[in-house]
Design a protein around this ligand. Structure first.
Ligand SMILES: [Zn+2]
Length: 375
């Protein structure tokens, strides 16, 4: 998604502003670290930090099973073992509320009771309007089969943001397209007489910032002959040195620490809520906003791809913040609020559906429920 908090200020989103006028608009939506797609979608739907829901990155290595989770690998994406949290669709269905998802990370796992009753295997090239039509079809089912909680996902601002940067005409075009989808959804809901009785929440997983090939740290040059396993070369790198070489690798990275920070697993600052996880590597490099790090091969790829935008940086960097607008019978009207946290959306959904919040989540309904009419 990667719809940055300020994309609504570009005069391109009349439909989203209609939602804001009839409902609630937040200044921004704070992501979790790392501000990447899968970790954040999973936090939104579980109310948990990545270290607890398990999706700590878009690529994760499990040394016990010797398996790697990759968002491009449908077998692993559908493997429920990676997902340690309870998605809201599971909570809802435990409470007798049928759920449906026209795409959401984790919605296509291979265990019936852990996914929405109605779901679609992710297809990046699936056209947008038919995604909305799919939701409407589910909502037109006889009442006993009809889902009451539904999700939908669009990628346009992410794909174009990476390629051309957040300030490009292409991203502006993508913003218009997505706003058009919001309008189309509302028109269709009106046609089936559900617009007034439906709560609509529009959110994004994270924002986007400009990057350039001259802001790149080549870690291979720093590490020389050291043999390391690594995952997620870009805005952060999980680094697993050979046995007995952890301190040597750490010292090399520390001695060259510029435009990034290196931490031992035990020293990662608590506010990341990222490292207390069995699949976390011995070392991590976290780059400064706008910087990337990797080996020579990754750097070459980055240069030849000429990417102009990225995300994955600190959750407090405003460029990483997404957006939040919502309207419907449960929400206050024409209400502007400050920054909300995406881990609080799960307890917000529990409030809306009037079902108990699952124990052990990180989100807190008290921080967000003031946007609802009943508070
Ligand atoms: Zn992205």
């Amino acid at each position: 998604m990667a719809f940055r908090h300020d994309y609504m200020d570009r005069g391109l989103t009349p439909n989203l502003w209609k939602v804001a006028a009839n409902g609630v608009k937040a200044l921004s939506l704070m992501p979790v670290y790392p501000s990447k797609t899968f970790p954040n979608h999973t936090s939104i739907i579980t109310g948990m930090y990545p270290e607890n829901h398990g999706i700590i990155a878009n690529t994760i290595y499990d040394p016990y099973f010797d398996e790697t989770f990759k968002i491009s690998d449908p077998v692993q994406v559908r493997n429920p073992r990676w997902y340690k949290g309870e998605a809201f669709w599971e909570t809802a269905q435990r409470n007798g509320i049928t759920a449906a998802s026209f795409f959401w990370p984790g919605s296509e796992v291979t265990l019936d009771y852990r996914r929405p009753k109605y779901f679609k295997d992710y297809d990046h090239n699936y056209p947008y309007k038919p995604r909305v039509d799919g939701l409407i079809e589910w909502l037109s089912l006889p009442q006993k089969d009809r889902p009451r909680f539904l999700t939908i996902y669009f990628d346009a601002t992410d794909s174009y943001g990476h390629r051309y940067g957040p300030n490009s005409d292409s991203v502006n075009h993508a913003i218009s397209v997505l706003d058009g989808m919001a309008g189309y959804l509302m028109d269709k809901l009106k046609e089936i007489n559900l617009l007034d009785s439906t709560n609509l929440i529009f959110v994004s997983d994270h924002g986007m910032t400009e990057v350039s090939s001259d802001k790149y740290v080549n870690l291979e040059e720093i590490l020389g002959d050291e043999k390391v396993d690594y995952w997620n070369w870009s805005t952060f790198c999980l680094i697993q040195p050979e046995k007995g070489r952890v301190e040597a690798v750490y010292n090399k990275l520390k001695a060259n620490e510029e435009h990034y920070k290196v931490y031992r697993k035990s020293e990662v600052p608590d506010f990341y809520r990222f490292s207390n996880n069995p699949f976390f590597s011995e070392l991590i490099v976290i780059t400064d906003l706008g910087w990337e790090a990797g080996d020579s091969k990754a750097q070459k790829g980055f240069i030849s791809w000429k990417a102009k935008g990225n995300h994955g940086y600190e959750k407090d960097a405003l460029d990483m913040h997404g957006y939040f607008v919502a309207m419907g019978p449960s929400f206050r009207k024409n209400y502007k609020t400050g920054t909300l946290r995406n881990i609080d959306i799960y307890p917000l959904l529990c409030e809306i559906f009037d079902i108990p919040v699952r124990n052990g989540i990180d989100g807190n309904g008290e921080r967000i429920r003031f946007i609802l009419k009943k508070y």
